[in-house]
Design a protein. Structure first.
Length: 370
């Protein structure tokens, strides 16, 4: 297909290819004078187990391409997750890539970079033209694995791999294990959402002191320097607290609510049992808490804030996490159809589904349509 017929450009193609997450390797070899060469490559792939074959591809524009085209051997150094600097070093041009880099000689003297997760020492048995790249096929002659975690690359960024042991939570899962897993999954989602929305987001759990923020993700305009992990919030005057009050069993929250009512300082919407019951019922009906301009946290954040909070449910239907967004009330848009509310709603619904919580049919209509 000619370039003019393509419905995508190379930038879009790169982005799509970046959705395929890979490890990172540095391919090393020696030139005829015995000088080491190497480049960072994530085009590496296994081909065959018997015989043991692998491939990688190199850009024809790589200054080191003439060397690799000539070389009989190469080593695939699979980088460990603490070798981002090595990856960056070998992704740059220049003759001094090996200066200060600790290596050991492998078969034929080809350098093995110290500290890698694994090594494949290969003989080049073939090469194939592949557009603006050449594909090298290598026969694996010696292998080694160090046990270090591998570096990961995807979406144009270095990543760290974690085992995917979440699945759906079985009926036998203890509540604490369920919550730990939920925090792990939600933390990743929160980081992505905060990057996307550029708002301050918090992850709340019900701790032994009540509503507790276990993770903050700041926006580029942090609301305050007082965003402490472990911050315990009031039940009746915080969005996070009200969400737990609305969805946790009343016996869990009752003593905290009684203590706060006895202290006073609660707004009229929550000041007696009947008013509070109605407010919590409204929260359940809308599926979220919205606090528009409250001074309750002026001491903490130094400003009047608005906040919203969405619940995340576990497989037993219990609220396991609170997703909260806060911001100065004069700039945070907590409108029903705004980006923030829409984004948090979708995130909370997805998390509940991933945790085996709400089945799709029990998610409010408006969320399903997103
Ligand atoms: C994560 C990552 C993966 C890369 N994968 C490849 C690859 O598979 N093939 C390639 O030719 N260049 C790849 N590159 C780019 C080369 O590392 C870069 O062009 C390098 O400068 C080539 O080395 P040279 O200048 O010594 O020839 C990659 C770079 C990065 C950061």
């Amino acid at each position: 297909m000619s370039a003019s017929q393509q419905a995508f450009d190379s930038r879009e193609l790169r982005q799509v290819l970046g959705a395929f997450v890979t490890g990172v390797t540095v391919i090393t070899t020696l030139d005829r004078q015995g000088r080491p060469h190497g480049l960072t490559a994530n085009s590496f792939s296994s081909v065959s187990l018997d015989p043991p074959l692998i491939l990688w591809s190199q850009s024809l524009a790589s200054p080191s391409h003439p060397v690799f085209r000539e070389a009989d051997r190469f080593v695939v150094n699979i980088l460990a997750d603490d070798q981002v600097d090595i990856s960056n070093r070998f992704a740059r041009g220049g003759a001094d890539k090996f200066a200060g880099c600790q290596t050991d000689p492998g078969l034929g003297g080809v350098p093995l970079i110290r500290g890698c997760a694994a090594y494949l020492e290969c003989r080049r048995i073939d090469s194939f033209p592949g557009g603006d790249h050449v594909v090298f096929l290598g026969k694996v002659e010696r292998i080694e694995r160090s046990g270090s975690q591998s570096l990961v690359f995807g979406g144009g960024r270095y990543l760290v791999a974690q085992p995917h042991d979440i699945g759906t939570l079985g009926a036998g899962s203890g509540a604490n294990i369920a919550r730990l897993k939920a925090v792990r999954v939600a933390t990743r989602a929160l980081v992505e959402l905060s990057d996307e929305l550029d708002e301050t987001l918090g992850l709340g759990v019900w701790g032994n002191m009540g509503p507790t923020i276990v993770r903050w993700e700041e926006s580029s305009q942090p609301i305050s320097e007082n965003l402490r992990t472990g911050l315990v919030l009031p039940v009746l005057t915080s969005a996070t607290g009200l969400a737990f009050a609305a969805w946790l069993p009343p016996e869990t929250t009752a003593s905290f609510i009684d203590a706060e009512l006895a202290q006073g300082g609660v707004d009229t919407a929550s000041s007696d049992t009947a008013a509070l019951a109605q407010r919590l019922a409204e929260i359940r009906a809308t599926g979220m808490v919205r606090l528009l301009g409250t001074d309750a946290f002026a001491d903490l954040y130094g400003t009047r804030i608005s906040a919203i909070c969405l619940p995340v449910f576990d497989p037993t239907g219990a609220m396991v996490l609170a997703l909260t967004a806060i911001g100065a009330s004069d700039r945070l848009d907590i409108g029903e159809s705004g980006r923030l509310v829409t984004g948090l709603r979708a995130c909370a619904a997805t998390l509940s589904q991933r945790l085996g919580g709400l089945p799709p049919s029990s998610i409010p209509q408006e969320e399903q349509s997103q």
